[in-house]
Design a protein. Sequence first.
Lengths: 462, 462
Amino acid sequence: MASLSKTSVWRRFSSTFTSKPTPSKTHLHAPIPDSAFPKGYVLTGIHAGVKKKPGVLDLAVILSTSSRPASAAACFTRNAFKAAPVVVSQQVLEQNQGRARALVVNSGCANAVTGKQGMEDAWAMVAATDALLEPNQGQKSQKETLVMSTGVIGQTLPISKILAGITSQSPKSVDSKSTLGSGFEAWERAARAFMTTDTFPKLRARTFSIRGKEYHLAGMDKGAGMIHPNMGPPSGQLHATLLGCILTDAAVVPKSLQSALTYAVDRSFNSISVDGDMSTNDTILVLANGAAAEGSAEIDEQADPEAFELFKQELTTFAIDLAQLVVRDGEGATKFVTVSVDGATSYADAHKVASRISTSALVKTALFGEDANWGRILAATGSIPLSAPLDPTRVSVSFIPADGTAPLPLLVNGEPEKVDEVRAKEIVSAEDLEIRVDLGLGNESAKYWTCDFRVREDQWGL
Amino acid sequence: MASLSKTSVWRRFSSTFTSKPTPSKTHLHAPIPDSAFPKGYVLTGIHAGVKKKPGVLDLAVILSTSSRPASAAACFTRNAFKAAPVVVSQQVLEQNQGRARALVVNSGCANAVTGKQGMEDAWAMVAATDALLEPNQGQKSQKETLVMSTGVIGQTLPISKILAGITSQSPKSVDSKSTLGSGFEAWERAARAFMTTDTFPKLRARTFSIRGKEYHLAGMDKGAGMIHPNMGPPSGQLHATLLGCILTDAAVVPKSLQSALTYAVDRSFNSISVDGDMSTNDTILVLANGAAAEGSAEIDEQADPEAFELFKQELTTFAIDLAQLVVRDGEGATKFVTVSVDGATSYADAHKVASRISTSALVKTALFGEDANWGRILAATGSIPLSAPLDPTRVSVSFIPADGTAPLPLLVNGEPEKVDEVRAKEIVSAEDLEIRVDLGLGNESAKYWTCDFRVREDQWGL
């Protein structure tokens, strides 16, 4: 099908683009001690055969082994064209009232725009993974698996290969080839099975404590292209392909878990942009299996707001870490840019302005060209309607160097500064950079993370 | 100032980008017979010295010589950072209740983000041009000039050079070097003075008749970069740099002229995108001096809706011609792409979807890569909230070849078609192409015109 073929004619030109290569990202992946991962999960990543190249991982299976029921929550893309796995995961969450014990994820094929067959395939993945779980209080038939897919749009899954791959992980089968484990190697295999055009597996772990009790968070995600997520809780319409999952051994009431995730996703995955395009598959899932919460009640937003707040902040900080990895590995990105908007009268206004600057083609090409072009930042800032109209005489723009040296003001209260060109060049030449815009109207702030646009250097004034 | 410097380090790479050069656009500019231009205008373009290179035109002066009062209307950018000439032209129109007799336009400097000095300079341009006009019923002091500027942001105008340039055109001065004229050469000089990174002067003329009486329209515009206008009538906030003016010898009541222009701009200049970024200076002005309407009353939307409708449609068709020239000459564009959205329940919904597809970086890079990637079109289509939610099973996508041969369906009622790759490649290899999306919900349609994104060929799956 035409839409799926790579246009190989362009490949032959690639070798001429030797100027300014994409920086290596391999240092962003390093071993993590086994003890840092949440308790009560076994997982793996295998080659099921969705991807043609032998040995390349394309299927992840994650199971909770906790004796407690696991809570689950999710944020899905708001794209009107929901891929089958998105629809199925939403239905599983609804039917189980926010409980789930397993995740199954494939890369290489998005199972999007695949009609009835796509839905059947996604449900078959759920059933095959359910069969790997220990019986849940005798209710063997309950659907307890959430499913995610990423890859090309418009192709059906090689479902028999996928089902065989899932079944091969059963510890109960006679010829079990199960590679399920709980140490770093198992987590890394799962993270690798998420990858499409990502250049490194994105895996992080974090330990935190609430009232002296220690808990763990671990997460994996993938991105690279079609990255401008706009995800909401299951009730909404869908948009973006970014996939991520976060697993914790804390115990949290399902409704509170969703509330914490929605807050965290707004400030993390919904605050990043690579190319400004939302996918049909974007999904962030979280499981909380309570394996480290023996003897404790589930965290409940209503009953114990203080504990909930601690958990929510931990989850948000962790989600920001995971989201930033996607920007760092954005397709063709050579820079990691933080866009901070301060002085707004609402978080929504601050977020809108930060999003607009982060998706402006002219701002992103100027960043690639290492040009301190505040005119483009200002034009982007002024181009969207806000609930509180901008006052041009109150707006300030500055560059904040990543090395902690002094900020460089470019525009102060609407008046252009006399800019030291050498200093400006120093700052914009670094891989990391912060653009700070102060609207001068209120006390609300938002942050966005974006990368540059690696255009042809003979374009857009570069 | 750092923001204004071209980053010359990139220039040296340009020579390596010999693959797929930008197609020549020179055939889009050709002589027009003198008789095709509207009566009652004299105009010119001169080198005032805003641009450093000697002889390059940077100042246009356009005067109505009609004995009738000229009506004027305008649509200005909705960007919150309004450039001084935008604010001044708005005030002139308000003070004169929609009457004006002159236009003055400079390129090379946008007079944007220039504070109090910028406002003084714009008013000085108005006064100097007013002085060239014949006294209007003795009211010599009336401000009757509209002003536009385009170029770099954050620099003040070399105002004395500009004022000397304007004054040099006075037929009354002793040492007059006036080059004001009314034939093709004069119109072309004016059009050239609008240019920034445009590769050809954008000038068109059109003859039309209402009830047997013949009228003329002539227009000039410029674009190239920071092109995604969103302009409204003078009351609104401002956004986009696209400059254009349309001159006619019809007679139209000021309020009706504004009504016709607002309609025309929504369907022309507000329906084009080059890079998705709106400027601080975007302005479209129209003057109607009635020089060909001797003995006729002014066209009035209330009094004679039929004549008004004819005029509005002529103006709209003409504005679309002018707007398309900007897309054809978009910075780095190699393709001219029409995005048609049919089957919407409202024009606003159809326009939103067409705009989203036209600004999608992934759609635009696929077009540059000549890849019939309907998945990217679909993801863009579904990524924005609409007043009538999309039904994925009703959406169809096809490519319409520019040569009149059969359309190529890619997706029909949500089901992917088996696409003939050779045929798809043929269609997307042409310079002109139409993407048609049918939402299958209603009878409303909108069109947008966009170009491809000339990215590095090793990026975004190309």
